[in-house]
Design a protein around this ligand. Structure first.
Ligand code: SF4
Length: 248
């Protein structure tokens, strides 16, 4: 669009550069007089022009050095979007002096309602598996990778697991279990930093990265309920776990 001399004068007056499209017969860009091109202000100029904004105090990260601190911090946490839709947080259940720590994935519907990991049919099966090696729920500590329910039981996203990791690490540090039982794919993958199928992780005893704590992987009870033929493998896992606890 061709501007009249008056329009061009107005634009120049408010600091707007007229953008010239190249048309047939018009001069090549290098032939355009660049003397009137208005340069963008440098960063320095922008920073000088910006009004002073008072610094917003950043809350220090919560101390996760006592059991009460960990539980309180979990209940107050809004570090990821899972806090927006869950009914309540699910920090874990059991003994803080447990020798065996069981780590699952995240709360499902029933866990979300009750505020406790592994309830419902999966929880009943886990209880039976523990009973088979002489343990009750109150003698172990059971927790999960993320403490809030992912919507529609989807897998937790990597950033959500990362946001929740300090709580799990603090729980492991305080409990200092002799053995960890990692239950299901999501737990095994995040704890062991692995992408191997659970079936391939069953055959060996792992170590929690950065520690000496042995980790036994087993199938999730929900998987066993869907695939009863895998229960014999889970029973083998429990016998290995029992042996590990006795020998340590
Ligand atoms: Fe906080 Fe963990 Fe819940 Fe995310 S999942 S809001 S990090 S407690």
């Amino acid at each position: 669009m061709t501007l009249s001399p008056r329009q061009q004068h107005c634009l120049k007056g408010i600091g707007i550069r007229q953008w010239l499209g190249r048309t047939a017969g018009s001069p090549a860009p290098e032939a355009i007089d660049t003397a009137e091109i208005i340069e963008a202000p440098t960063t320095e100029v922008i920073q000088q022009a910006r009004p002073e904004v008072p610094a917003v105090p950043v809350a220090p990260p919560p101390k996760l050095d006592t059991w009460d601190n960990i539980i309180d911090s979990i209940h107050q946490c809004e570090a990821c979007e899972l806090s927006q839709n869950c009914t309540q947080k699910v920090p874990g259940v059991g003994s803080a002096q447990a020798e065996l720590m069981i780590i699952g994935e995240g709360p499902g519907h029933e866990e979300d309602l009750k505020g406790e990991p592994f309830v419902g049919r999966s929880g009943q099966l886990l209880d039976k598996m523990l009973l088979a090696i002489g343990l009750s729920r109150s003698q172990v500590f059971i927790t999960i990778i993320v403490k809030c329910r992912p919507p529609n039981n989807r897998d937790p996203h990597a950033n959500e697991v990362k946001a929740c990791e300090p709580f799990l690490r603090a729980q492991i540090k305080l409990i200092a279990p002799r053995v960890i039982l990692s239950v299901g794919r999501i737990s095994a993958h995040h704890l062991l930093n692995s992408t191997s199928p659970v079936g391939k992780l069953l055959d060996q005893i792992h170590r929690l990265p950065g520690s000496d704590i042995p980790v036994k992987v087993t199938y999730h009870p929900a998987y066993l309920l869907r695939n009863p033929s895998a229960k014999s493998i889970a029973w083998k896992d429990m016998k290995i776990l029992h042996q590990m606890l006795r020998s340590l």
